[in-house]
Design a protein around this ligand. Structure first.
Ligand SMILES: [Zn+2]
Length: 252
């Protein structure tokens, strides 16, 4: 058990939230009970996730995609009212960490994806906001583009969309989890053989073909399943919490 205030102070410090200029608030987004005993993590605070987490006794939920995104209608109506109402009625806390949880060197989505795909991190690609959200790395040995696609599918349980654009063999790669497809130009300029992200746009195909780089869209959800799990497991161990991760499938 831990006081909510202590948990939040620990998380905000660990994830260095003050260093990020983000599209949503990071930290406590919805306030519930003041003591945390049962923590349940998920990628997105969707209604389906909340219903399962609250049914399993969560007093606090930890997610990568919370609420209150820049540019959205700020009114608490419709889908948003349903979700927030469920949390408030259950007196449960919603903790959300977006960019700080992509970038963390140990628990971050980028690091966790690299570990699973067997990529040794060698540096970062100068692109996007700071701290770095696009990393560079190296595979243990060169592989064909088809073999790399098969490897991704085996690891993530989801077939990636591969845009053929680069050399016959891949060894140097760059990646950014989630909706990082527009960093492909910076990745190509950095000289890597392939770029990996969650989503794809129509323009991404042309960027890959015209700049001599392979592109793999591996799924936004699939690429961001692992950071929140690594963080949740760490918190459970550190603070002696009851903990689980709930994966609500998302093909996107
Ligand atoms: Zn995301």
């Amino acid at each position: 058990m831990v006081q909510r205030s202590e948990l939040i102070a620990y998380l905000n410090d660990l994830l260095a939230v003050e260093h990020f200029s983000d599209y949503c608030p990071n930290g406590l987004q919805i306030e519930g009970c003041s003591e945390v005993q049962t923590l349940i993590a998920g990628v997105t605070a969707s209604q389906a996730f909340l219903e399962r987490a609250l049914a399993e006794g969560a007093d606090t939920v930890l997610v990568h995609h919370g609420y209150f995104w820049k540019g959205e209608n700020p009114s608490i109506v419709g889908m948003k009212a349903q979700r927030i109402g469920a949390l408030l009625r259950a007196n449960a806390n919603l903790l959300a960490y977006h960019l700080p949880l992509d970038a963390h060197p140990l628990y971050g989505n980028n690091r966790q994806l690299a570990d699973r795909l067997g990529i040794a991190i060698t540096g970062e690609v100068a692109a996007g906001p700071r701290p770095a959200l696009v990393l560079k790395g190296r595979l243990a040995q060169p592989v064909t583009a088809e073999a790399f696609a098969a490897h991704i599918e085996a690891v993530l349980g989801r077939s990636p969309m591969h845009i053929e654009g680069g050399p016959g063999k891949i060894q140097e790669v760059a990646w950014c989890t989630g909706a990082g497809q527009d960093f492909i130009d910076a990745a190509a300029a950095s000289g890597v053989d392939a770029y990996i992200s969650g989503e794809i746009s129509e323009r991404t195909t042309h960027s890959a073909r015209e700049q001599g780089i392979h592109y793999y869209a591996v799924g936004h959800h699939a690429s961001e399943r692992y950071g929140v799990q690594a963080l949740g497991e760490h918190l459970a161990e550190r603070f002696g919490l009851k903990y689980s991760f709930i994966d609500v499938d998302n093909p996107a």
